[in-house]
Each structure stands twice: as C-alpha cells, then as structure tokens.
Ligand binder design. Structure first.
Ligand SMILES: NC(=O)c1ccc[n+]([C@@H]2O[C@H](COP(=O)([O-])OP(=O)(O)OC[C@H]3O[C@@H](n4cnc5c(N)ncnc54)[C@H](O)[C@@H]3O)[C@@H](O)[C@H]2O)c1
Length: 252
C-alpha cells in the first residue's frame, strides 16, 4: 500500500480549476492521479508533475460520462496504490442556450457530464472508500446552482444544483463509513476557455462591479478550499457546500 494518501482528480489536465487542484494536492503530499478526457494533455501534465516533484504521477484517460472508463480508473487506482483517499469531481461542461431554444442534445450533454459524470465517479470510488472506512469526496458545483440568472443556461444550473443534492445524500449515506462528501461552488474563476462559452459582456466590469473583492477568481482560490476539505482539519465537515465567488453570490 502507498505511504502517501491517494487522490483522483477528474478533468485534471485543463487550464483551470482541475489542474490547480492537482498541483495543490501534490504539494500537500498526495499521490495525485491525473485523469482527463483529453489524452495528450493528461499524460503531459502527469509527466510535468513527475519532473517538478521528482516522484511519479499517474495519468489515466477518462471521460466521466463513460461508466466503463470510470470503473477501470477507480479499480486500477485501488489496485496500484492499495488505497483511494480523495476524489475531486471537477469535470464540467456547458453551452448557454435559453430554455425555449435549447437543443435537446445540449440539455442531455450537460446533465451527462456535470451530474451523471459526478455520480459515476462516486459510484465506482465509494465502494473502495467504504471498504477502507475512510475517504473524502469534493464535488465542484457552481453558484449557478442557486443564482437566479439567465447567464449560465438552465442545463448547467440544473446539473450543478443536482450535484448539491447528490452531495448531501451521499454524505448522509456514508458518514458512518468514515467518508465525507462536500461541494464547492465557485463563481467566475477565470481561464481563457471561458471566452468560448460566455459573451464578452459577461466579463465586462465583473471585477469592478460584481466581485466584492475587486478581482475575478483564480483556480488557486478553489484549490485552496479543496485542499482544506481534503485534509484532516476538515474532519467534522460533511454534506456542506462552500461558495468561492468573491461575494458575488453568497448563499443565504
Ligand atoms: N471556471 C469557472 O468560472 C467555473 C465556475 C463555477 C464552476 N466551475 C466548474 O469547475 C469545474 C472546472 O472548470 P474549469 O473552467 O476550471 O475547467 P478545467 O480546466 O478545470 O477543466 C477543463 C478540462 O475538462 C476536461 N473535460 C471536459 N469534459 C470532460 C469529460 N466528459 N470527462 C473528463 N474530462 C473532461 C477537458 O478535457 C479539460 O481538460 C467544472 O465542473 C466547472 O463547471 C467553473
């Protein structure tokens, strides 16, 4: 069995939250398993981490909507390391279309990646965590789950709200097995790919007028919270959701 705690991060090789979470957990001393649907980026990022930290990091190509791939990743991790301590469900997808014009495929894809993908990873990670009687899951939701706005699209908002419900039920079911399940809900966490999803008007004046802290969020802002939730210092925290939005949309 690995001496280090083992963390699996989905969509961990992008330009945003996932890769920052991977690096932060690596800094915390975890053996982090980088998973992503994008094969080349996934392998390159694991190689870069292996060089930077001078210890091996594993890469597993995994599209979270593919149940078989998810099952293989979780069982391979359990087999290779003999443990699975932390799962961070970071994979997300969105396309903004009004309900009255939304392609059915947009709705289905969004629910499939954001909600079903999160379920599948939990479904295949939890049995190992239950067996070892410890574990921690952090699901990346969004303030879109409770904001009353047309900005994010209904499919994304509904999927991310579903992630919160999934989080609470899984927390209720698994606390007695020593497994904690929490959610993090970011506001705008800037990365260049968001420009493809949101119109320019979404970004204009965001830091000055909407953020209460005068800036947009950075992936590191979310990674710091995930790191805390994954640590023993958060040992009495489960079934909760924490916003990271610079005060844009706090929960009442
Ligand atoms: N960026 C934001 O402003 C923001 C705000 C709120 C919530 N979130 C949520 O945070 C998470 C990370 O978002 P991000 O913008 O930081 O991007 P990111 O860079 O962390 O993730 C992008 C990566 O996701 C991978 N990916 C896409 N579909 C996948 C799938 N089906 N299976 C596995 N990997 C897949 C891509 O290959 C890419 O590498 C998402 O769940 C997103 O909904 C982001």
């Amino acid at each position: 069995m690995s001496d280090r705690r083992v963390a699996v991060v989905t969509a961990g090789a992008g330009a945003g939250i996932g890769s920052a979470v991977v690096r932060h957990l690596a800094d915390d001393g975890f053996d982090v398993v980088v998973t992503d649907a994008h094969e080349r980026r996934c392998r390159e990022y694991a190689d870069r981490l292996s060089a930077d930290f001078e210890r091996p990091f594993a890469a597993f190509v995994c599209d979270v909507t593919e149940a078989t791939q998810v099952e293989v990743v979780m069982s391979s991790v359990a087999e290779r390391y003999g443990r699975l301590d932390v799962l961070v469900n970071n994979a997300g997808w969105s396309k903004i279309e009004p309900v009255a014009e939304m392609a059915v495929e947009t709705w289905r894809r969004c629910i499939e990646v954001d909600l079903t993908g999160t379920f599948l990873c939990m479904r295949y990670a939890l049995p190992f965590m239950i067996e070892q009687q410890s574990g921690c899951i952090v699901n990346i939701s969004s303030i879109a789950a409770w904001e009353m706005t047309a900005e994010h699209g209904a499919a994304y908002s509904a999927a991310k709200a579903g992630v919160l419900a999934l989080t609470r039920v899984a927390a209720a079911e698994n606390g007695r097995h020593g497994v904690r399940v929490n959610a993090v809900a970011p506001g705008l966490i800037y990365n260049e790919f968001l420009r493809r999803i949101y119109p320019d008007s979404f970004f204009e004046g965001y830091a000055q007028d909407r953020s209460k802290l005068g800036r947009v969020g950075q992936p590191q802002d979310v990674a710091s919270l995930v790191s805390f939730l994954a640590s023993d210092a958060a040992g009495y925290i489960t079934g909760e959701v924490y916003g990271v939005s610079g005060g844009v949309a706090p929960r009442g």
